[in-house]
Design a protein around this ligand. Structure first.
Ligand code: GLA
Length: 395
């Protein structure tokens, strides 16, 4: 009996092993099939088209990044500009939420940095001057007596090299630019890379990198003007802003920080609890008068270290909600005070005063001349890195 039973048990076990292994294998196969499908579905084609031509005939490319949710972001190689960014409202209606133009010409004709990459130095440097290792560097005074956003031809006006690729994280466009030693008065040859990644969670992750061959200063940012109503010529006063910051940098008449870190408590500058931009913008406040509204740098509570959520904007009527994450210590909140209705808006009308707001993550303005501010110095052998993520949702 034993002799007969043993082999039958043996065969039964063999059969069981066979079945289990077979099942496992087919499970494995279907898993990898699923993975393949998932990867494939992430391969949203990145459209590459020609947006326009520079006066010398060089073509400006446009990359359209798409995600699973249906969001689309257009990025052009001129200035690394985000020209269009669609986001759903609470009913699922996708609308463009950034100021800009439909064609290249109005960008070339001059505009207040709509959607552009800003460098080498985002924001102002007093008197267009700074010293490094005992040598004084002179920059363009393109904002009254001061230097603003990299000078006459900052990174917002140069042609970047653009490469699109699909990754596990999402649709990516990688922009690179080499700024020559002495360009716009800055020392050192600076090699810059900016990566825009659109994820399936409606996040636009922007990562900046730069290396230099001489000591220099760097402060890169992104200058998108948002209007979450989707009606780009309408005022943004009905947006609620939250800024996780207990102090901000008061400015002088040229919008240069005085060096003081002033508490926001009990002032129109307190956004620690979300409040409407319009709520106190017209208050009788010396700093609001100097900025013609909000145009100041907030000192983020997170400090110089770490990457976290530091600000948000909410448009109640459409339910659009945007969170801003960064590793930068400062945030310039600009309420579009200098927009004056002379530029045509996408979708009709014009860009009037306060038709867009900017949340520009950065180091503090005029840091090269303010020893107490976090350093913006970059040395050869070091890599400058900065990261900012805008996440759109509804509530
Ligand atoms: C920045 C500045 C503003 C203004 C805009 C562009 O955000 O802080 O003062 O110059 O850029 O118009």
């Amino acid at each position: 009996m034993m002799r007969i039973t043993k082999p039958s048990i043996f065969y039964a076990v063999l059969l069981l092993v066979f079945i289990v292994t077979g099942c496992k294998q087919s499970k494995k196969e279907s898993q990898s099939e699923m993975e393949t499908v998932k990867t494939e579905s992430k391969q949203n084609p990145i459209e590459e088209t020609i947006f326009g031509e520079m006066p010398d005939g060089t073509k400006v490319k446009k990359f359209t990044l798409k995600n699973e949710a249906g969001m689309e972001v257009d990025v052009i190689t001129y200035g690394g500009i985000i020209t269009r960014w669609t986001a759903p409202d609470k009913n699922g209606l996708y609308e463009d939420v950034v100021l800009g133009f439909e064609s290249l010409e109005p960008y070339l004709d001059g505009n207040p940095y709509f959607g552009a990459l800003i460098g080498r130095y985002g924001n102002r440097i007093a008197n267009g001057e700074f010293a490094l290792e005992g040598k004084t560097y002179t920059l363009a005074k393109n904002d009254g007596d001061n230097h603003l956003h990299g000078g006459e031809k900052g990174f917002d006006k140069v042609l970047w090299n653009g490469v699109a690729k699909n990754t596990e994280e999402g649709a990516v466009v990688e922009l690179t630019y080499t700024s020559q030693d002495g360009e716009e008065g800055y020392p050192g040859k600076l090699d810059v890379k900016v990566t825009y990644t659109l994820t399936d969670n409606n996040e636009l992750d922007i990562q900046y990198e730069a290396v230099t061959d001489k000591p220099t200063v760097v402060n890169l940012t992104q200058h998108s003007y948002f209007n979450l109503s989707g009606q780009l010529s309408k005022q943004i006063l009905d947006h609620e802003i939250y800024l996780n910051a207990d102090t901000y940098l008061p400015v002088d008449g040229g919008l240069i920080p005085t060096g003081e870190l002033r508490p926001v408590a009990s002032t129109p500058f307190d956004f620690n609890e979300a409040k409407l931009i319009g709520k106190e913008i017209a208050a009788d406040n010396e700093q609001l008068k100097l900025g013609k509204g909000y145009d100041h740098c907030w000192v983020l509570n997170k400090g110089e270290e770490g990457f976290g959520m530091v600000a948000s904007a909410y448009h109640g009527e459409t339910g659009r909600f945007m969170e801003v994450y960064t590793n930068e210590p400062g945030m310039q909140f600009y309420s579009g005070n200098f927009l004056d209705g002379t530029l045509p808006a996408k979708g009709g009308g014009t860009y009037g005063q306060r038709s867009g707001f900017c949340l520009e993550t950065q180091h503090f303005p005029n840091s090269p001349n303010q020893a107490d501010f976090p350093s913006v110095r970059l040395n050869p052998g070091e890599t400058y890195t900065s990261r900012t993520m805008f996440k759109l949702s509804t509530k």
